[in-house]
Design a protein around this ligand. Structure first.
Ligand code: SF4
Ligand code: SF4
Length: 68
């Protein structure tokens, strides 16, 4: 797995904002930013639809709860 660069293009590609499991924390891009300080109700995770996820060979999910 390649490290995900923290840049504008990757941040803009993050699909967390449309995810029904996203906590209300003003954050996104959790695979780089790390886990949310808010409580996460885990369920569906949209990461596998994200261009960052496929481009950098990520394999995980629920980064908002698991951390980067
Ligand atoms: S893999 Fe998940 S956390 Fe990372 S940029 Fe994509 S949607 Fe956001
Ligand atoms: S990391 Fe996954 S579960 Fe969390 S908000 Fe992003 S897409 Fe949704």
């Amino acid at each position: 797995m390649a490290a995900v660069p923290d840049n504008e293009e990757n941040r803009a590609s993050c699909v967390c904002i449309g995810c029904p499991s996203k906590p209300d924390d003003g954050m996104a891009f959790y695979c780089v930013a790390g886990k949310s300080p808010a409580e996460v109700e885990r369920g569906f995770c949209a990461c596998s639809w994200c261009p960052v996820w496929s481009c950098y060979g990520l394999a995980g999910s629920s980064y908002c709860d698991e951390g980067s």
